[in-house]
Design a protein around this ligand. Structure first.
Ligand code: TRP
Length: 445
């Protein structure tokens, strides 16, 4: 089994990780709730100044150590390697995210079918369908979760080259094609102009502290930073891959898809005078009613949209499983299959528990301290683990890894000036801004 990415394989796989429910589901609804253009602008600035900086750092660390995140912190540290090792356990975060993320991909599979057979004509009907499914239909959700679980683990079982790279080489172009088709279709609608204006004309009167924090947090989540995912993919990079160029390409693709999804969804919203600020139900509740307006063509478009979302989700879920599998293989010399079982068991149990959280008559079994298990996983990872680990990556790269090592690797692909800017960003800009997100997350929760 070959174990390294080709350059294009790496770009598509890292982009496959980055592009997920965060782009197509979360980004549009957050933009809607936060007033549009100004939010988008802050998000773009953060992707550029903090996101790409940390992304490059994670790739560099993985590439230098060529091992799992725990081993990476341990071996690259100029001092306190035994303590730094614990920063690598952020990979546990990726397993936790995978658990509830796969439940949502299950919903998407249901909607792929639902869009094809039955589009709701009103918001009330649509909420009733979604609510009934999520809060009462344990069996269907469980079956779909199992299906997603099986698909994701099957791909990871085939390894980096034969599984992960191959799946991404097929699914990512298909995703871009489907969204491209939808975008092309929305050009012809009157709502397109308004959608464009909503996303790209910033209205700063709508910016509050919360807008900034949300935009920064989203930039972080969307690039899959802070739980060892990118570091793990970096460890399987071939020697001649241009790290800087690839990182920019991934960030570009990720941003491009988010904006594309936003343009498509808001075109439909404005075309039919729907409300842009409707929160997390935007994709599952409002969008189906807008597809309904398109007649039977809406069935096709609707189904394709959820197919695209499923692809985006699956390639991201793969990237949440691989770090822990890679860790077991490297550290305990497990075979890939054995590692899959070791990682699969907790993910399966936590996934089932997250699923139960939404079911009305099962909820009480998985509610701890008044919070449902689903939310515990979500909050624990996005509010705590990812930002803390992001600070660790920045501080570690900036202060605890030999500068020459990093410079030797990066100077092949960037000018000295650019290197110095990046190094300044990793030492000061990234850690300070992430600490600010963290503090605000704590205060806000
Ligand atoms: N970036 C993905 C999205 O936008 C989610 C994701 C994949 C992720 N791998 C991750 C998030 C690792 C955090 C950590 O949906």
């Amino acid at each position: 089994m070959k174990s390294k990415f080709t350059q294009i394989g790496f770009v598509l796989s890292a982009a496959g990780s980055a592009i997920g429910l965060g782009n197509v589901w979360k980004f549009p609804y957050m933009t809607g709730e936060n007033g549009g253009g100004a939010f988008v602008l802050i998000y773009l600035i953060t992707i550029f100044f903090v996101g790409i900086t940390l992304f490059i750092a994670e790739v560099v660390l993985g590439r230098l150590s060529r091992t799992d995140p725990v081993g990476t912190f341990e071996t690259l540290a100029t001092k306190h390697g035994k303590k730094w090792k614990y920063a690598g356990f952020a990979i546990i975060g990726s397993m936790l995210i995978a658990s509830f993320y796969m439940v949502i991909i299950g919903w998407i599979l249901k909607y792929m079918y639902e869009m094809f057979v039955n589009l709701p004509s009103t918001i009330e009907a649509s909420s009733a369908i979604f609510g009934g499914f999520v809060t009462a239909d344990f069996n269907m959700q469980f079956i779909l979760f199992n299906l997603v679980f099986f698909i994701v683990f099957f791909i990871v079982s085939k390894g980096i080259k034969g599984g992960i790279e191959k799946a991404n080489l097929i699914l990512m172009p298909l995703l871009i094609l489907i969204l491209g088709f939808m975008l092309f279709y929305s050009f012809s609608m009157d709502g397109f102009g308004k959608s464009f204006e909503f996303l790209f004309y910033p209205d700063f009167s709508k910016v509050t502290g919360k807008t900034i924090i949300t935009a920064v947090g989203q930039a972080f989540f969307t690039l899959s930073l802070g739980v060892g995912t990118i570091m793990t993919y970096g460890a399987s990079l071939s020697d001649d891959t241009n790290i800087v160029k690839s990182s920019f390409q991934v960030a570009f693709l990720d941003t491009f898809i988010a904006l594309m999804a936003g343009l498509i969804i808001f075109t439909l919203i404005f075309q039919y005078n729907a409300e842009p600020a409707q929160g997390s139900g935007l994709v599952f509740i409002s969008l189906p009613t807008l597809f309904y307006q398109l007649g039977s063509f809406g069935n096709i478009i609707g189904m394709l949209f959820f197919v695209a979302l499923a692809f985006a989700g699956i390639t991201s879920a793969i990237s949440m499983i691989e770090p822990s599998v890679f860790f077991m293989i490297k550290r305990f010399k497990f075979s890939r299959v054995k590692a899959l079982f070791a990682v699969g068991a907790p993910v399966y149990i936590f996934g089932t528990m997250s699923l139960m959280t939404n079911i009305d008559n099962l909820k009480r079994f998985v509610t701890y301290f008044g919070i449902g298990f689903f939310d515990i996983l979500d909050k624990l990872t996005t509010l705590w683990m990812m930002p803390i680990s992001g600070v660790c990556v920045a501080v570690f790269t900036g202060y605890f890894v030999k500068k020459e090592l990093v410079y030797n690797l990066l100077s092949k692909h960037m000018s000295d000036t650019l290197f110095n800017i990046w190094y300044f960003a990793i030492r000061y800009v990234a850690p300070i801004s992430v600490i600010i997100i963290l503090i605000n997350g704590i205060i806000g929760s």
